[in-house]
Design a protein. Sequence first.
Length: 327
Amino acid sequence: MTLTIVLACAAALLALAPIAVTIVRSAAATRVIYGSSMIVAAISLAAAAAHLLSAGAPLSATLPLGVPWLGAHFRLDALSAFFLAVVDLGALGASLFALGYGEHETAPQRVLPFYPAFLAAMTLVVVADDAFTFLFSWEFMSLTSWALVMSHHRVPDNVRAGYIYLIMASFGTLALLLGFGLLAGPDGLYTFEAMRAAHPAATLGALVLILALVGAGSKAGIVPLHVWLPLAHPAAPSHVSALMSGVMTKVAVYGFVRIVFEFAGAPAWWWSILVLAVAGITTVMGVLYALMQHDLKRLLAYHTVENIGIIFIGLGLSLAFKTHGMM
C-alpha cells in the first residue's frame, strides 16, 4: 500500500506538468502548481516515514511500462525510503517557499511545467528497481533540471551554464549505462534483484565502482566533475537551486550507494582508499573555492561540493569497514 501511495504521488506530480501548461497564464497558476506539489510531497513524505518507522519488509511492484519484455520494477526498502524522505522534505520546503517567490517569477511558463516533473523524476529514481527504469528516471531528472536552469535563457551566462550542465549530465549517464551494462552481463540481468544475486568477479566489481563514482559523482558534484555546480546554481530559480543542491545531489549519493554496496560485490582493500582520496580532495577544494566567492549562490554551490566530499568520506570509511567485516 505504501509503495502504491508513493507511485501515485509521482503520477500526480507528472500530471501537474501538462496542467501547468494549460493554466500558466492564469493568476492562480503559481499557487495551484506549487501548492499541489507541496501537498503531494507531504503525502509521499508521510508514506516514506511510515515505512521507515514500521521497519517493514521491502515492497515491490511491477508495471507494464518501459521495455516490453522487462516492465518497470519499483521497490521501497529502508534505503529508498530514507532518500525518498529526503526528496520529499526538500520538495515540501522548496514548494512552500515558491508560493511567494514564484509570484515574482518573470518566466513562469518556463518553470511551472518542469518543476513538478523534476520532483517526480527524483522520486522515481529512488524507487526504481531495474536498470532501465533507473536510467530513464535519472535522465528525466537531468533533463527537467536542465530545463529549469535554462528558464532565463536570454542571459548569456545561463546558456553557458546549461550547456556545461547538459554535457556533464550526459557524461554521467553514459558512465552509469556502462556500469549497468557490465552488471547485466551477457544474460541481460537488468532487474536489481538479479544484480543483487549475481556476485560479480573482483575485476568487474572494480570497474563498476569506478563507473559509479564517475556517473553518480558527476551528478553529486565531486571534484573534478563539479564544474557544472557553481554555474547552474546561480542560473536556476532560487527554489530550484535549493532542490539541486540539497536534494538532487543526494539522489546521486543514493545511486552510488545502491550500485556499489549492493551490486558490485565484495569490496577490495583499495576501493575505500580511492573513494577517500576523491572525497578528501573534494572537501578541501570545496572549502577553498567557497572562501573566494562573493556571490551567495556560488558560495552555496561550493559548500555543496564540500558537503558531498564529507558524505563520500563516510562512504569510503563504510567500504573499509565492509572490507574488514565490520559491518
